[in-house]
Design a protein around this ligand. Structure first.
Ligand code: NAD
Length: 486
């Protein structure tokens, strides 16, 4: 079958490469000429594990091509996918559908009878109706169908998510188009992927409801992490304990600096805006957005508290810039809030990310970029792990201890091995962790008698925006002498 994908970004490129790998003939179209030129010269504009090879193989098999020319690409096409961006409207909270509607109008001009126009972009309920109306108005006699087929891939594991999906949702109210969609996804169905057929409106709601639910899960565990800090419990143990409940599940129960990325923040907002326009209040979604905003606003203060509440004139090394690991996507990355806050407080920021530094330059100013993690932390007064790249957990912390100015690490992703890092002499601050020394004192004394700790590196409770150092005694003992000893 011939598939045209309009919009060759994270979703369009991955979907296009995967559809071609499933045996379809695919043209990925984009209005960005530079992007298409790069793709046609063998380059790939984004980092996504496995994407380069998949694209290369399918170009060689003559199943995948790239073009800026939608009109020509649509000749003989069975499907036209819309996979353009739907950012938050400037000055508002609803989704900006300008690109979706522009593409629908353009498709209408060259569509042939039998075309299935599929919206893969994340769009508010009712957008399918609008796309249909745009095409119908432009081409009253055209035989076509407008279908919703939201995408659930995750950046960083996008190819696997597409090829082995938890489910494929096809929202279609036209029987012949449903049959065509079944043929399109037949290779996945044959491999046991659940294909869920719904009405078009339901499919549009499913995507937003799924993202809002995942965002709520993250906000929930972040608040539970704050609670754990206040009561000296370990949030990882709590997450495991509740995550084993099949009704809850362990995924998305990792506390951190607040969710970011190109989807959760904008989609939660857009869902809320759509609901409000239908005079429905979604209080849980609203609270999750507010909790996440507060968390991201407060993250700089949390980090600085670990560095003695003062970062003025200090060099802080930021390891990880992208909103999550295994992508180069910087959209709404928590690192942006952290760096802005630290800079405002007078810190010098040096940063390193395995894949995101090129993108980061578009978002950040006055940041010194390092060539690798060791180069980044050299002479630093503090280290912040802002993204959960595996390579950071595998660093040689003995080596790092010998080159930093002050051995303090704030692990905002809880990825570091506590024993390894502490043995190297670091004061390690994690999210939602008790102090081990404090745990011991709790066991020895009734809670009401527990002394308040206000020494260096120990700053009140989560309510005041601190992150608990894991081990007070070891950390204090090793606060400054490491460099000298090395
Ligand atoms: N990124 C994700 O992880 C993800 C996952 C699921 C769903 N989505 C949704 O998929 C959609 C696309 O997201 P993305 O991250 O791939 O966006 P993106 O910004 O990476 O890509 C969008 C592409 O569309 C192109 N484009 C814009 N207007 C165009 C036009 N008129 N004609 C042709 N091309 C045009 C842009 O040049 C860009 O290359 C969004 O609605 C998003 O919410 C994204």
């Amino acid at each position: 079958m011939k598939v045209v994908i309009v919009g060759s970004g994270y979703v369009g490129l991955v979907s296009g490469a995967c559809f071609s790998a499933l045996g379809h003939s695919v043209v990925c179209v984009d209005s960005n000429e530079q992007k298409i030129n790069l793709l046609n010269s063998g380059g790939v504009p984004i980092f996504e594990p496995g994407l380069d090879e998949l694209i290369k193989t399918n170009i060689e098999q003559n199943r995948l091509a790239f073009s800026t020319d939608l009109k020509t690409s649509l000749r003989g096409a069975d499907f036209a996918f819309i996979a353009v961006g739907t950012p938050t409207r400037q000055g508002g909270s609803e989704a900006d559908l300008t690109s979706v509607y522009a593409v629908a109008s353009e498709i209408a001009l060259s569509a042939e009878d039998g075309l299935v126009i599929v919206t893969k972009s994340t769009v508010p309920v009712g957008t399918g109706d609008a796309v249909e109306a745009i095409v119908r108005t432009s081409r009253p006699d055209l035989v076509f169908a407008a279908v919703s087929n939201p995408e659930f891939l995750k950046e960083g594991s996008a190819i696997d998510d597409f090829m082995n999906p938890d489910r494929v949702v096809v929202g279609c109210d036209v029987p012949w188009a449903t049959e065509k969609m079944k043929m399109l996804y037949e290779p996945l169905r044959a491999a046991d992927a659940p294909i869920i057929h719904t009405g078009r409106s339901a499919a549009e709601v499913i995507k937003y409801a799924a993202n809002a639910f995942l965002a709520i899960k993250i906000s929930f565990i972040n608040e539970i992490a704050d609670f754990c800090e206040a009561v000296s419990a370990d949030v990882s143990e709590v997450a495991n304990g509740i995550g084993h409940d099949k009704r809850i599940g362990r995924a998305f129960l990792n506390p951190g600096p607040g969710y970011g990325g190109s989807c959760f923040p904008k989609d939660s907002l857009a869902l809320l805006a759509t609901a409000q326009s239908h005079t429905v209040s979604l209080r849980v979604v609203e609270s999750s957005i507010a909790a996440n905003d507060a968390r991201k606003r407060g993250i700089g203060r949390r980090v600085s508290s670990a560095f003695g509440h003062s970062v003025r004139g200090k060099t802080i090394a930021i390891l990880g810039l992208t909103f999550k690991a295994n992508t180069d996507d910087m959209r709404e990355a928590p690192s942006l809030n952290i760096i802005a806050a630290l800079q405002k407080m007078g810190a010098r920021v040096r940063a390193y990310d395995p894949e995101g530094m090129e993108q980061a330059r578009h978002y950040l100013q006055n940041v010194e970029y390092a060539s690798d993690a060791y180069n980044c932390v050299e002479g630093a007064d503090g280290i912040v792990i802002a993204t959960e790249w595996k390579e950071f957990a595998a660093l040689d912390f003995m080596r790092i201890a010998a080159i930093v100015s002050h051995p303090v690490i704030v692990d905002l992703r809880n990825i570091l091995d506590v024993h390894k890092v502490e043995t190297a002499g670091f004061e390690l601050h994690r999210i939602g962790s008790p102090r081990r020394s404090e745990t011991a004192s709790i066991q020895a004394a009734p809670r009401l008698l527990r002394p308040k700790v206000n020494g260096q590196g120990e700053h009140s409770s989560a309510a005041h925006g601190s992150i608990r150092p894991v081990s007070n005694s070891l950390a204090l003992q090793n606060r400054y002498p490491i460099k000298g000893l090395a």
